[in-house]
Design a protein around this ligand. Structure first.
Ligand code: FAD
Length: 392
């Protein structure tokens, strides 16, 4: 089977890319390992930066998020110092974030792609790639009925994350993967409970970090820092709420609105950047190109932005015969990616101090406290924070 662009993965990156290519009249097929119902319910990110919203709006992909997304302009930090709020919508560039759960965005993007005549093969795994350094790259597909076939295109877009087929297809030495394991693990929770506060709230505690982020009127995301390798199932609802109450200091700041835990999973805070983001006719976008820890909520935004850049470059090549955009694709994306990685890394150091009473741990927690106090007290620091928090 032939198409112009084979896209592997129907997350935000693959779906934004597919929609933009269809709008330019380019044939493409999206191959997605999971079933449609699964990707339309997979709760992950929630915060979209103004730049992502603008890109989606400009390409006719934002009607759902403009109708149902909520604007957020405040975050709060709790700890032994008490609590302070940063009204980032009034600081820096005075911009706000839009809360729109990733699964809603994915659902909208799938409907739009199909409406634009797109072809998505759900339940189909890409098991291998061939000829990516030649003119006719192809991918091997294993369909839902164990059927196997080969899809050939002029280009392949690897939008299938860090564990996908695209990174596995890169020959040794084709790209360098710069990696960092930040040594922090989060238990990511979705609770059937309305948000307890208006603001995204980050709680710094000697037992570890806890976070609260609104998602919808009835579902809230919470995070708890846990030891690496922790079994999420060991965290019963009762244990989760007790720990959240402690770290969120509810005796001091008021109760949480509690409810059943709908989803519990652990996320190791890791980063990876692939340089370059291409090999031959295979191009990487989204998490496949750059994994970023969720500490600063940049992952879905980078997925949108890299997909937008790749869509423009592929359109120039396929419609206009101009390959300069593809040649400069990595250089166009990498400064933004490293900038986001830097801020995300800084957030990790802001939110996590080492646990324990050792000399090093206590010293590093003092530094963490000083960092927070600087953010509380210095306007220039607050402006810098706000610009980076909403920027991408
Ligand atoms: P994905 O969304 O991972 O999509 C890749 C797709 O490829 C998947 O659907 C997968 O099934 C498919 N696939 C993989 N291998 C194959 C194969 N061999 N064949 C076919 N298909 C394949 N980001 C934010 O911006 N803000 C947040 O608040 C935020 N919170 C997060 C919370 C959690 C718990 C997690 C896990 C992530 C969070 N992120 C957040 C990160 C964000 O969700 C990701 O960065 C984003 O999903 C990346 O999009 P993507 O399209 O590149 O990859």
């Amino acid at each position: 089977q032939r198409t112009q662009v084979v896209i592997v993965g129907a997350g935000p990156a693959g779906l934004v890319l597919g929609n933009m290519l269809r709008a330019a009249g380019i044939d493409c097929v999206i191959v997605e390992r999971q079933a449609r119902a699964y990707v339309e319910q997979r709760g992950r990110a929630g915060f979209l930066a103004p730049a992502s919203v603008r890109v989606l709006e400009e390409h006719g992909l934002a009607s759902g998020l403009l109708a149902k997304g909520q604007s957020h302009g405040t975050c709060a930090f709790r700890g032994e110092h008490g609590q302070f709020e940063l009204n980032y919508g009034e600081l820096g560039q005075r911009q706000v974030l839009t809360v729109y759960p990733q699964q809603f965005l994915v659902t909208d993007l799938i409907a739009e792609f199909l409406g634009r005549g797109g072809d998505i093969r759900f339940g189909t795994t890409v098991t291998g790639m061939h000829g990516i350094d030649g003119d006719s790259p192809s991918v091997d597909c294993l369909g839902p009925d164990e059927d196997t076939y080969r899809l050939t295109g002029e280009y392949v877009a690897g939008c299938d994350g860090q564990r996908g087929a695209a990174l596995r297809a890169l020959p040794a030495g084709a790209a360098t993967s710069f990696r960092r394991h930040h040594g922090v693990t989060w238990l990511a929770l979705l609770a059937q409970a309305p948000p307890s506060m208006e603001a995204v709230t980050y709680a710094v505690h000697e037992r570890g970090f806890a976070g609260h982020m609104a998602r919808t009127a009835t579902v809230t995301r919470f995070y708890l820092q846990v030891p690496r390798g922790e079994d999420p199932e060991a965290w019963t609802d009762a244990r989760v709420w007790e720990e959240l109450r402690t770290r969120m200091r509810t005796e001091e700041f008021g109760p949480l609105r509690e409810g059943p835990i709908l989803e519990r999973t652990t996320v190791d805070l890791n980063s990876a950047v692939s340089v370059p983001m291409r090999y031959g006719r295979l191009f990487l976008a989204g998490d496949a190109a750059s994994l970023i820890s969720p500490s600063a909520a940049k992952g879905a935004n980078l997925a949108v932005m890299t997909a937008r850049t790749l869509a423009a470059a592929l359109t120039d090549a396929l419609v206009g015969g101009d390959e300069r955009g593809l040649a400069g694709y990595s250089e166009a994306c990498l400064p933004r990616i490293w900038h986001a990685q830097e801020f995300s890394h800084w957030m990790i150091n802001l939110l996590h101090g080492p646990v324990g009473d050792g000399e090093d741990a206590v010293f590093l927690r003092r530094l963490q406290h000083a960092r927070l106090m600087s953010l509380r007290d210095m306007r220039s620091h607050q402006d810098h924070f706000a610009e980076n928090y909403v920027g991408i």
